[in-house]
Design a protein. Structure first.
Length: 132
């Protein structure tokens, strides 16, 4: 399975207690110049994976170890005028989905917010690094 697929599965599992929220397996593309996550509020959309591999360690025998970092972003939009009472718990549940990815050296995640018109969009960024 891919990192994106594993995240989608785990976010869905973590959100089962919050019935007003869903997770989509679709990419967060635009539909009529509006991102799907703004068009379909309270639905988490997980973007495609972005991988970077860079030299990490070179040992004396010429063997190289690289560090592969996979970054995945996810989006969730809600009404900015009247925030849902469970939004903090939902954000925590989405961030906790990072635990589904195994075989990593380092895992980081965070969330940022952007308010536009009457919408608040939460952007989650997950980074998974492993020595390869």
């Amino acid at each position: 399975m891919t990192t994106r697929t594993d995240l989608i599965t785990q976010i869905g599992t973590n959100l089962t207690a919050y019935t007003a929220y869903k997770v989509s397996d679709k990419l967060p593309f635009d539909s009529s110049d509006i991102p799907l996550f703004q068009k379909n509020m309270k639905v988490v959309y997980v973007d495609k994976e972005d991988e970077i591999t860079e030299p990490y360690l070179q040992v004396l025998d010429g063997t190289n170890c690289d560090l592969k970092t996979t970054t995945v972003q996810a989006y969730l939009t809600s009404d900015a005028k009247i925030l849902p009472t469970d939004i903090d718990a939902v954000l925590t549940a989405c961030l906790a989905a990072r635990s589904a990815i195994s075989g990593t050296t380092e895992i980081t995640s965070g969330v940022s917010t952007e308010i536009s018109d009457d919408y608040i969009t939460y952007t989650f960024e997950y980074q998974f690094s492993q020595v390869v």
